[in-house]
Write a protein that binds this ligand. Structure first.
Ligand SMILES: [Fe+2]
Ligand SMILES: [Fe+2]
Length: 474
């Protein structure tokens, strides 16, 4: 009999709930076999300098040590309960937060948890091959850290399913291990999580753009009236911050390296830049356009009665709900959404309740814009006259009011033919992918060494130097 109170670090008193313990006992081997199958390729014997969550104290939750990833202690952590917490929005506003699932919202809540949970193993699957072409041991350790934490996020959602949803929760937990990113028969639930992540530029873009969608979804769920979900998401957010750091600094270091090479050699033609083995800024812009647009789709339709229901029911709030100054009910409030009418993009006011997806997307865009401006600063400081820009919100969209329209990055409405004739000026072409992958044909594994196409980071992990042995291959 496995003692789960030792094997699974937790602050939910797991050892005292026999039914739950048995359910997780049953699920754990399936999870591990998923990890062996779909986790980072050929990595099972590596010893990786990882942080592990060992408590929920703000300054003391992470312990650093070498660990083999299949032995990572995937724990269950919820932010401690606040006995006075209330539901802060919607029709139940002012009532005590729910400690159990309200019967009438059972199936919607299960759906919300499954949809969030499905993204976690999906990203591990998408990134499975990247360890083989890492630009340094530092970066290799970082991707593995992201991967084990996405695994832990899956555990977090599976805990909720097992603890609160009985048999159908257990079935959903099994299905979370059965779907596969990009599989035609049994794909992951959301589109962006079925796109391949074929190279490290795509990985950093993904962790900057798509993990940040994760952050905004978790922030909205951290406001939930269903208290265990809110407390789970609050702790997950502390891990998400690291994933976005990996993405932002990864792209920034690539830009920095490209700019250094351009400056040193006084070149600006993308072909010359490529000739020197770094990634031209134009290609970086195309990757940005791709990852931004597919991630915008994750927020769902601009106008959505589901989003209104989730809010009114008290299940999913807005970004920073309790910091917003309004009635938190939104019965009469309006919110602007875009729509394409004839050959124009118009803004129209709709009931704010139905526009909550769009609102969360707008909050996200604001934060993304700030990050892109930080990347721009690297280019400006090198004195290179190139502007990185976010494409128009309607560019390359497949969900919501822009679906079926052909919008350029600057927001012009085009015919399909016109749009297609520019497609590979705006999105990465097969040639771009082939070039980027040609730079990443093998693993850079010497201590302190970095691939030619990326600058070293400013500092190492947990105070360690850049030439630290972040991964031991055995
Ligand atoms: Fe996650
Ligand atoms: Fe993440």
């Amino acid at each position: 009999m496995i003692n789960y109170t030792e094997k699974i670090p937790n602050n939910v008193d797991l050892g005292r709930d026999r039914v739950l313990q048995r359910a997780l006992e049953h699920w754990q081997p399936a999870y591990l076999s998923w990890w062996y199958d779909m986790g980072p390729n050929e990595s099972h014997n590596f010893e990786v300098y990882l942080r592990t969550a060992v408590s929920v104290e703000p300054d003391g939750w992470a312990q650093f040590d070498y660990i083999k990833m299949p032995e990572y202690r995937w724990g269950i952590f919820l932010q401690p309960r606040d006995e006075r917490r209330q539901i802060n929005f919607g029709m139940h506003k002012g009532q005590p937060a729910w400690q159990d699932v309200p019967g009438e919202y059972r199936s919607i809540l299960r759906r919300i948890i499954v949809t969030q949970g499905d993204t976690e193993p999906a990203s591990v699957e998408q990134q499975k091959m990247l360890g083989l072409s890492c630009p340094s041991l530092y970066d290799l350790r970082n991707i593995f850290q992201v991967n084990v934490e996405e695994g832990r996020h899956l555990w977090a959602m599976v805990y909720l399913l097992h603890r609160y949803f009985g048999r159908d929760g257990r079935e959903e937990a099994e299905s979370l291990l059965a779907r596969r990113s990009g599989d035609t028969d049994n794909p992951r639930i959301l589109g962006a999580f079925n796109e391949p992540t074929p190279d490290w530029l795509a990985f950093y873009m993904f962790t900057f753009f798509t993990d940040r969608d994760g952050k905004f979804q978790l922030c909205a769920l951290a406001e939930s009236g269903f208290d265990p979900l809110a407390r789970t998401c609050r702790f997950m957010l502390t891990e998400e911050a690291h994933h976005m750091f990996v993405g932002e600094t990864g792209v920034s270091r690539i830009i920095q390296r490209t700019c250094e090479v351009m400056k040193e050699n006084k070149i600006d033609d993308p072909a010359d830049v490529r000739g020197l083995g770094v990634i031209d800024l134009q290609t970086i812009q195309r990757y940005l356009n791709f990852h931004y647009s597919v991630t915008l789709d994750l927020y769902g339709s601009d106008v959505s009665s589901n989003a209104a229901n989730y809010y009114t029911s008290g299940l999913k709030g807005r970004f920073r709900e309790t910091k917003l100054e309004d009635d938190h009910i939104l019965r009469d409030a309006l919110y602007p959404v875009s729509e394409v009418v004839a050959d124009k993009i118009n803004t129209k006011q709709v009931p704010a309740l139905t526009a909550l997806n769009e609102r969360l997307r707008d909050d996200y865009i604001e934060e993304i814009q700030a990050g892109v401006s930080r990347w721009q600063r690297v280019i400006d400081e090198a004195g290179i006259p190139f502007r990185l820009t976010l494409p128009h919100k309607g560019f390359h969209r497949e969900i919501g009011n822009f679906t079926g329209h052909f919008i350029s990055p600057t927001g012009e409405i085009l015919t399909e033919e016109q749009w297609r004739s520019h497609e590979f000026e705006w999105l990465p072409s097969p040639k771009d992918y082939a070039y980027v992958q040609s730079l990443m044909s093998g693993r850079v594994a010497e201590l302190g060494k970095f691939a030619n196409w990326i600058a070293p980071p400013v500092k190492g992990i947990n105070g360690k130097p850049l030439d630290f042995q972040y991964v031991r291959f055995n």
